[in-house]
Ligand binder design. Sequence first.
Ligand code: PEP
Ligand code: MG
Length: 756
Amino acid sequence: MLDTLRRIVQEVNNAPDIRSALDLMAQRVRDAMGTEVCSIYLRDNTEERYVLMASEGLKREAVGRVSLGFSEGLVGQVGLREEPINLEDAFAHPKFHYLAETGEDPFHAFLGVPVMHHGKVLGILVVQQRDARRFDQSEEAFLITISAQLSAVIAHAHASGVLFEQLDAHEDLPSFHDGQPGASGAAIGTGVLLFPEADLSAVPDREPEDISAEIALLDEALVRVRQEIRDLAERAKTTLGAEEQALFDVYLRMLDRHALPAEVVARIREGQWAQGALRTVVDAHVHNFEMMDDPYLRERAADVRDLGRRVLGQLQSRSRRRITFPEHCILLGDDVSAPMLMELPQENIVGIATTRGSRNSHMAIVARAMGIPTVVGAQNLPLKKLDGKELIVDGFRGRVIANASAELKEQFQEIIAEERHLQAGLEKLRDLPAQTEDGERIRLQVNTGLMTDINRSIERGAEGVGLYRTEIPFMVRDRFPSEEEQRLIYREQLSAFAPHPVTMRTLDVGGDKALSYFPIEEENPFLGWRGIRLTLDHPEIFIVQVRAMLKAAEGLDNLRIMLPMITSVIEAEEAQHLIHRAWLEVREEGVDVAMPPVGVMIEVPASVYQARALAQRVDFLSVGTNDLTQYLLAVDRNNRQVSDLYNSCHPAVLHALLHVVEQAHEEGKPVSVCGEMAGDPSTALLLLAMGYDTLSMNASNLLRVKAAVRQVNMGFLRQLLNEVLAMDNGEVIASYLDLQLTKVGLGDLIRHRKAA
Ligand code: PEP
Ligand code: MG
């Protein structure tokens, strides 16, 4: 059974489009189970109906035409109950709803299972049989398993809206693709897909600008691949037997003008660019080979794929994709890494949408820092289809919209204008203190990492840097930066903000932050070799970094050093010892710099309970609420599957935060928050009420937080804090906070808009 299952899933995943995938699914499941009917009903949320989308055994003409209401018939019941219904005789069931158009009269036995994805019913998979009999348990288990395995394919088509559009031929209907808000704001622009090179499956559909030029590109690529294969054959002469040698001839025959290339040319003439045409043809051949029963022929699929990759490599190297960035461009990709973002023309990027990641991943943090409206984890975004299309990114709600109607577009244009207006109003606060109505002052600093952060932060009146993520300059290189390279980068930060302090965090890689030149392979990277653990194992990296920081601070003396991922006093002491050593070294070399304050990040639960002991040893504490929330709640900050559970208003997080500030102050040490909580006006106010001395956030949020601070008084905030600390439900706390702050007139500042 497992083999059959694997085969079906593979076939369906390789289907050229969703309709063929559904047809295949129905055929294969019917054959595998030896039943007479297998049908797939999919949920159409607009019409509130389950539509028959594929069937083997029912009348063909019913497909796409027949549907049932959400609570209608047995299909509706499976959907409502979210569990299988297995009946010996469907006709005898009171909920049975006879569909004459399907020709289901002869079929008595019925087994329906829901197709579930992320807790939602996407459709119903049904098998039927003439004889009145109950499907046995193994059949039921098989159908449930296959439904679970295939749900991702359906989810993809479902969310992209292509299913029902195809039925009605309404290509231009708006389609909504939900993910998570990565960075708030809205944007309208043209989708530009960033896709990895030499990956055939990632190539998008694109119209060629010049058909003959595309054909010429293909011809050139083929000449080079043919030569490559001849060279390979020549080299392999001594090592391979005649049989294996023959493989090269097969390759060359496939590349003959009249074979594969002729089909690619035909596709180009139909209006595809060479890379897209190649992908379509190779996919079709791979699919045909994979369908074959003969294992030898099945293996040929790999050869076609390999050839396809070679031709693609040549095509891409020749046309080295010069992405032309439209004026308002919305970056699309599975992932858009922070370094990638920095290499692109930032003035053109108005929005970002990715299929992976979640609101707390570093990419989203960088996007927020840059103030680019972003949607992350929109798992079902049909990336290839959105390239070149006009799109709306709704970063408030976490939604991407394609084919928006004129009204919808207008609505978003208004939202964009309103946001600009609000921002312009906030700019007046630049030089005013972050102080409550009754005079309580809090220091607002910025989190930096990108060079562009410097200007943005200064424009917004930041009182120094609470977190400089030094890993970012490490991530954009292809080797560790030298001491002198680091010194120059750090000097720029320190001098830009002097005399305000700049808190430089020592290298925090591992987890979801990788250095291409220092790969770390781990089963569980967030619980692995990350942050201080890695740098203490590599004192040569740590010391060079600290030396560079110290040298950079000469004459400015505004450096503070902060240690990430501390879980025990031993780590803090070891790191302090190394810092001291580096300081003595540079002093001996004649650098005139004072020993900087050294602090630790509180971002794992262990350090919450060690806060006092840590505070006794170091000069300051800073809470990294992004990781602290992740580790306290055991919710991976990058995993969208559990992102609903990631809530920094969870009582466990709030009580931990209160404990840390109390412990630090008992020792007379200053304490700040530099996680994302500090940059959200609602939670920032709670942190102020708890007594935090400093909040450090993305520059984009600074004025919003300042505006909120200036509109409240401490009496109100302390009462609010006491109320929420007495609550035991994080979701209730978050809504209560929003409600109370809206009541006192902060609605505009804290609004998480539900735009469309
Ligand atoms: C944090 O964990 O809250 C933090 C500020 O660090 P980072 O987001 O870089 O892990
Ligand atoms: Mg962290």
